[in-house]
Design a binder for this molecule. Structure first.
Ligand code: ZN
Length: 297
């Protein structure tokens, strides 16, 4: 795998395969888009941008980095899910004529939730700069199960694995490059955000990624790697489930359980999403117990 990091205009640029580039502002603050990966697929006549980060300011840096790579216009933007760190840079490319593509449920969540989120961020002085020139753009193209985008000489497959990280998840596969773009089905070195997740769906999503004939897996957050990133994410889900189950049995509250999870993964970024794990798994454990396990039925 040809791979190197350079700093492009305060974004880290990593080429992960022929004509596939990843840009990130790194870190785990809202100002750096929580470290979300933006991916460029560079066709000879047209480029495709996946997850253009959280703000027009960061998307302009992506655009500048893209311009250093190719003269081909960005014709498509794909959003892997509705969260703002993956979507709010889209206006930069759509205002230049790119079509924004996402799963139908991604568009629905954006339409329902984003106006209120934007209003609330505009009221917070520390976020004023970040959202000053944000323009909400909804996907113009939606799909339900699968879609192929033909960048002349490159094929890009979009797949919906069901409700995983969110109801409107998309992962992408480039068969010739053998590259998978996982969206937030995979966080590498970052805590998992379960806020809108299905506990069984996040594991189903990993199985769908595993079935791909890919050598490179680009997470939603954290560095790209080989197929080993998938079992590592599955092991994280298992560990979190174990920790929450033990915590619930011991009568610990969510903030104590969140501390248990953080201490198990001391080097992981994005500690602020850990309470979502305690809440989500507590609810899922409660459901399982209500239904009764085979042993207790
Ligand atoms: Zn994300």
């Amino acid at each position: 795998m040809r791979k190197y990091d350079i700093v492009a205009n305060e974004l880290t640029e990593t080429q992960v395969a022929d004509r596939v580039v990843v840009w990130t502002a790194g870190g785990d603050t809202i100002q750096s888009s929580y470290g979300t990966n933006c991916v460029g697929v560079l066709g000879s006549e047209a480029a495709l941008v996946i997850d253009p980060l959280i703000s027009p300011g960061l998307a302009r840096r992506v655009e500048a980095a893209l311009r250093r790579r190719t003269n081909a216009p960005a014709r498509f933007v794909v959003l892997t899910h509705h969260h703002t760190d993956h979507t709010w840079g889209a206006s930069i490319f759509s205002s230049q004529g790119a079509a924004v593509v996402a799963h139908r449920a991604c568009r629905e969540r954006m339409a329902e939730q984003h106006p209120a989120i934007l209003e609330s961020r505009r009221r917070q002085p520390e976020l004023a700069d970040l959202v000053a020139d944000t323009v909400l753009v909804l996907p113009q193209v939606t799909y339900d199960e699968a879609l192929v985008i033909h960048l002349e000489d490159l094929e890009v497959e979009l797949w919906h694995p069901g409700w995983g990280h969110t109801p409107g998840d998309t992962f992408l596969f480039l068969p010739e490059q053998r590259v998978a773009v996982c969206g937030d089905l995979v966080f590498e070195g970052y805590h998992y955000n379960y806020e809108d997740a299905s506990v069984s769906g996040v594991r189903q999503g990993l199985k769908a990624l595993e079935a791909l004939d890919a050598d490179v897996f680009i997470p939603g957050h954290g560095p790209a790697g080989g197929p080993e990133v998938l079992p590592r994410q599955a092991a994280y889900h298992d560990a979190v489930e174990r920790i929450v189950t033990a915590g619930v049995d011991a009568g610990r509250d969510d903030s104590a359980i969140a501390e248990d999870i953080r201490s198990q993964f001391p080097d992981y970024r994005l500690g602020l999403v850990v309470p979502s794990a305690a809440a989500k798994f507590r609810a899922s454990i409660g459901e399982t117990r209500k239904r009764g396990s085979p042993e207790t039925r």
